[in-house]
Design a protein around this ligand. Structure first.
Ligand code: MUC
Ligand code: MG
Length: 366
């Protein structure tokens, strides 16, 4: 089970419907496929979605850091030496999605080698998650229509509403329209991607106090340290830290500093090895977790559901697993399907994903 080859393959697939939010927008999935091969011919795969507006990584940068630094560091190691691999990758700062895709491709190869699914290897709590759909910026009527379509087509009843626009009254109007249009049977929460100030966030949350929101996520920047602490102390719903908690240490700092009361785990930025650390930390701190989405393709979504369904704490809440529905195509031979509001983790071995070689040949950029 020794790693003999690591490949970083850039590919690009356009979105049918771009996702727009306070910190940016995504029109094309310019991701990197990471492929790990072992001496006994097993191949593990995962994908890295560069998000320059969140982590500073680019597609070319991910390929360069994997080819130039990470591949030589892990080649020759055994798949079971996961903590050694983690320690070697940790010598380089930053590059969270590059490290994570490599980490997850290694777990996929390990599962394939041992004959277990990644969910079983990680914890094996269940095999599925309820799905939460993310609604990007649009006019109120269009966002209500999209939510209705998701509910009627896929049975999804939990929605994360992107807010953080200026003026903020447009956002609160959207959330109100969703509650009126969809009724009390759906769960709604908001994500500001740092677009509001702390005082705008406080005003908006007061304005929406009657709408029964479940969570508020990253409404204002974590670097507005006292403002965010002041905001979080007055909310009556958990405040999810998302892009402000890329490492376990950042989770600790945000929560103990009173600037967050819940956290998002995104396997795209913490892989399986560090996501597991964040999960255990959250359990110790006694905070809720939500499986987030880094605007992942199908392979990335499969990684999220594989991790989320492995633990009781991460499978309590609906996971954000549906962004792939807005892509015009994907690389998997057998597409993911959301049914009855749920996504099932594949039974393996590994992640249970098979690539369509023609699609990879068509979309690869190298
Ligand atoms: C999210 O939850 O914020 C949009 C920006 C980003 O960093 O992740 C996505 C989704
Ligand atoms: Mg977020």
């Amino acid at each position: 089970m020794k790693i003999t080859q690591v490949e970083a393959i850039p590919f690009a697939i356009p979105y049918r419907k771009p996702l727009k939010f306070a910190s940016g927008e995504v029109h094309v999935a310019e991701h990197v496929l990471v492929r790990v091969t072992t001496d006994d011919g097993v191949v593990g795969i995962a994908e890295a979605p560069p998000r320059p507006f969140t982590y500073g990584e680019t597609q070319a940068g991910i390929v360069a850091v994997i080819d130039g630094i990470f591949a030589p560091q892990v080649t020759g190691l055994d798949l079971m030496e996961r903590e050694q691999i983690h320690a070697r990758l940790s010598r380089t700062v930053g590059n969270p999605t590059a490290k994570s895709a490599l980490d997850m491709a290694i777990w996929d190869a390990l599962g394939r080698s041992l004959g277990y699914s990644v969910t079983e290897l990680l914890g094996g709590y269940t095999d599925r998650m309820r799905v939460s759909h993310m609604l990007g910026f649009d006019e109120p009527a269009a966002m209500v229509a999209e939510a209705e379509r998701m509910r009627d087509t896929y049975g999804i009843t939990t929605f994360k509403v992107k807010v953080g626009r200026r003026p903020f009254s447009l956002d609160t109007a959207v959330v109100r329209a969703l509650r009126v249009g969809l009724g009390d049977d759906v769960e709604l929460y908001v994500d500001g991607n740092r677009g509001w100030s702390a005082s705008e966030s406080a005003r908006a949350m007061k304005d929406m106090a009657d709408l029964g929101l479940t969570f508020a996520e990253e409404l204002c920047p974590a670097d507005d340290v006292l403002g965010r602490r002041w905001l979080v102390s007055q909310l009556d719903v958990p405040f999810i830290a998302d892009e402000s908690v890329v490492t376990p240490a950042e989770v600790t700092r945000e929560v103990l500093g009173g600037s967050a009361t819940a956290a998002s785990i995104k396997t795209a930025r913490t892989g399986f090895t560090t996501s597991r650390r964040v999960h255990h930390l959250a359990e110790g701190l006694g905070i809720e977790l939500v499986m987030g989405n880094q605007i992942d393709g199908q392979l990335g979504s499969l990684c999220s559901v594989a991790f989320g369904s492995a633990f009781e704490l991460t499978s309590r809440r609906a996971g954000e697993l549906s962004n792939f529905l807005d892509m015009s195509d994907d690389l998997l031979a057998e597409p993911l399907e959301i049914r009855g509001g749920e996504l099932v983790a594949r039974s393996g071995p590994g992640l249970g994903a098979v690539l369509d070689p023609d699609k990879l040949a068509h979309y690869r950029q190298d």
